[in-house]
Write a protein that binds this ligand. Structure first.
Ligand SMILES: *Cc1c(COP(=O)(O)O)cnc(C)c1O
Length: 518
């Protein structure tokens, strides 16, 4: 990539609020050389001009303690409004994102996020409230949280929910802290937590973080948990088992009730990694399968921009015996009023794991989505997620090796082993897909599948989009057979081609120093 053209004061816009900086546009080939926002700085440019102060300056130093006052103004560039809008519009179009194209990133559930979610979250009654306002003034927000809570209880088949966690991994952390608190209340925290070898990396990471030992259980040849191996690993030192169902292979664990009975048999808890609940909502309930704890990624199943696009939420649903340990504050309905449960009322609570009540904006978005779809719509959501995945699987297994031969749930895993023999890695296929306006599937995960390509179309895509993806994958399979260099040299149509990924990771530059890069 050539260095970004730095705007000299001569070429930058004059210092008036009305004039936009020219920026990119003169030479369309340079569109990827969009300058940094700092490089648009021109002394005195403004998006907004306030009239001179004609009253005595307020005694700031009295209103704020001295330590809170900064000594110098922040280094925010002086720029006109039009330049700001154009800059961000241009960089948003350089990136690949959901509003631009199909994004079958397995396990990440990159479904289309309806814009009405954001409209609802921006309503002044939601956006302008403060969590420290008197409870009287927050009853509406509490009602929304309570209804979300009740809906998640219904969907999970469990007894109570903490809305506090800010993400799936954060929900896992809460789940493991609850596990520890539960066993400690019985006299002993226990030592080990079991996890399947196909699990998301956050599972073992969380187990370690909470001080438990990770014990990995092998997946059998059919993609299910190996029950013999499970039996050998279970003893009175096991605190819990974490399972993803459907697994990250997209396979529903049929023996889940049997597994639950075995885990409960040694007094351990069964934890569901329910990040991808759009395979289950309305079809099956984790509580009925025997799970005691389950986190639910609102940002995946119930639509929120995520993956760098915005804050999410990972509520945790639990069975009755874990309720005393749930974080506070939380909301309870008492008569017609919503009450905030405080630490004094919950002496066994593990405390708080998020400021205030959690990511409130995320609650409004997912609540909107749930209400918009309704009971019937949510059920159709899951059915269609499964149908779309199987439609792709049935076509693509003709050209790529299917890792586990069976009907899938919301996603499935292909293996690029045959393509690798011809010198093309799945990372190359991922790049080539960008030339077809498609984001890559998840690659090299789950770890137990060589050259994994994990594909999750989600329910929000129409057949035409799925057919476009199938055609792109078929063309790439042909190219691998006839002219692999096309694939290994791709992409050709993106603002940046192949970057030196090693260098990008090792010599990360995240701070503008005022100098263009060499
Ligand atoms: C996404 C995901 C997680 C982690 O969720 P975050 O919100 O990214 O922390 C955990 N497990 C599975 C199976 C996932 O797909």
């Amino acid at each position: 990539m050539s260095p970004a053209p730095v705007q000299s004061p001569e070429t930058a816009a004059p210092a008036t609020p009305q004039t936009a900086n020219a920026g990119w546009g003169a030479d369309p080939r340079l569109m990827h050389d969009e300058p940094l926002i700092f490089e648009y700085h021109h002394e005195g440019n403004r998006g907004l001009a306030l009239p001179p102060l004609d009253v005595p300056a307020p005694p700031l130093a009295q209103a704020l303690p001295g330590v809170a006052l900064r000594g110098a103004l922040p280094a925010i560039p002086d720029i006109g409004e039009a330049t700001v809008v154009r800059h961000f519009t241009r960089i948003s179009s350089l990136n690949f994102h959901l509003d631009k194209g199909f994004y079958p990133l397995g396990s990440c559930t990159m479904k289309y996020n309806p814009k009405i979610n954001d409209e609802m979250a921006a309503l002044p009654g939601f956006q302008d409230i403060h969590p420290m306002a008197p409870e009287e003034g927050l009853q509406g927000a509490f009602q929304l949280m309570h209804e979300l809570h009740e809906t998640l209880k219904e969907i999970s088949g469990l007894d109570a929910v903490s809305l506090q966690p800010a993400a799936g991994a954060h929900g896992e952390l809460l789940g493991m802290l609850l596990t520890r608190a539960y066993h400690e209340s019985k006299g002993r925290p226990r030592r080990k937590v079991l996890v399947t070898d196909s699990s998301h990396g956050t599972n073992p990471a969380t187990i370690q973080l909470v001080g438990y030992e990770v014990v990995e259980i092998k997946t059998g040849p059919d993609g299910d948990v190996d029950l013999q191996k499970l039996k050998e690993a279970l003893d009175e030192d096991v605190a819990a088992m974490m399972i993803t169902n459907p697994s990250t292979l997209g396979i529903f664990e049929l023996k889940i009730r049997e597994i639950a009975a075995m885990v409960h048999g040694v007094g351990a808890l069964l934890y569901l990694d329910g990040a991808n609940l759009n395979a289950l909502v309305g079809l099956a309930r984790p509580g009925d399968m025997g799970f005691d704890i389950c986190h639910i990624n609102l940002h995946k199943t119930f639509t929120q921009p995520h993956g760098g696009g915005g804050p999410g939420a990972g509520p945790v649903a639990v069975r009755e015996m874990l309720v005393p340990f749930l974080p506070v504050p939380r909301i309870e309905k008492r008569g017609e009023r919503y009450h905030v449960v405080t630490p004094a009322e919950a002496p066994q609570s593990i405390g708080r794991i998020h400021t205030f009540f959690g990511q409130f904006g995320a609650f409004v978005r997912s609540y909107t989505y749930m209400r918009m779809l309704g009971r019937e719509g949510l059920y159709l959501m899951s059915r269609r997620a499964i149908l779309n995945a199987n439609y792709l699987r049935a076509h693509l297994e003709k050209r790529f090796k299917l890792a586990y031969r069976q009907t899938c749930m919301h996603e499935f895993v292909l293996s690029g082993v045959e393509q690798k023999k011809k010198g093309v890695r799945v990372s190359d296929i991922a790049k080539r897909l960008l030339d077809f306006g498609v984001h890559s599937p998840t690659v090299y995960f789950p770890l137990i599948v060589e050259e994994a390509l994990m594909i999750e179309p989600t329910e929000t895509e129409e057949k035409k989009t799925l057919d476009h993806f199938i055609a792109a994958m078929e063309q790439i399979a042909d190219e691998v057979d006839t002219s692999p260099a096309i694939v290994t040299g791709s992409p050709y149509t993106t603002p940046c081609g192949r970057l030196d990924e090693g260098r990008a990771a090792r010599e990360l530059v995240v701070r503008w120093t005022g100098k263009a890069l060499p």
